[in-house]
Design a binder for this molecule. Structure first.
Ligand code: IDP
Length: 164
């Protein structure tokens, strides 16, 4: 009953976090430790090497950017850890824990952030986090949803994502 009351005032939210291949090598334990010590619940977790198709779909909104191919190469070069994080205000809080996309900017404006500490450059920036609840739900369904729900009417796997 106490928990029901807490959830009424501070509704739980889910976000998708990804530890990218550059940070998996040396910083995985420390990042997971911080996620837990900030009070996030890890609701789902999966470690895998993304296929090229999956990485292309995951970042399909960037397909016209000059860095798209490099980004896809980078995302499939080694294992990633995919995490569903649950907490009140999870989307915003995880973005703020990560810090800005570019670690140079992160070091200036958010020196304690995870990207300030663990990212190498604007491409190899250690972490992903959803920017809205809508995007979070879409990506969580894409990465963790039952594979049969992604079959089209011909029973063929359909990996296209809806547009933003
Ligand atoms: P975000 O990850 O902070 O939400 P986005 O702009 O959505 O940032 O970019 C997605 C990912 O693409 C970034 O995390 C980073 O790995 C890469 N990226 C973004 N901007 C650049 C760039 O200007 N050059 C190279 N890679 C970039």
């Amino acid at each position: 009953e106490a928990e029901e009351e807490i959830n009424f005032f501070f509704p739980k939210q889910q976000t998708l976090a990804v530890i990218k291949p550059d940070a998996m090598e040396d910083h995985k334990e420390e990042i997971l430790g911080e996620i837990c010590s900030r009070g996030f619940t890890i609701t789902q977790l999966k470690e895998l090497v993304l296929s090229r198709d999956l990485a292309e779909d995951f970042y399909s909104q960037h397909r016209d950017k000059p860095f798209y191919n490099q980004l896809v190469d980078f995302m499939c070069r080694g294992p990633c850890m995919l995490l569903v994080l649950t907490k009140e205000n999870a989307v915003e809080e995880w973005r703020s824990m990560m810090g800005p996309t570019d670690p140079a900017q992160a070091q200036e404006t958010a020196p304690g952030s995870l990207r300030a500490r663990f990212a190498t450059d604007i491409l190899h920036n250690a972490l992903h986090g959803s920017t809205s609840q809508h995007h979070a739900q879409e990506k969580i369904q894409f990465l963790f949803g039952d594979i049969t729900s992604d079959l089209n009417s011909d029973g063929v796997f359909d990996s296209t994502l809806p547009e933003d």
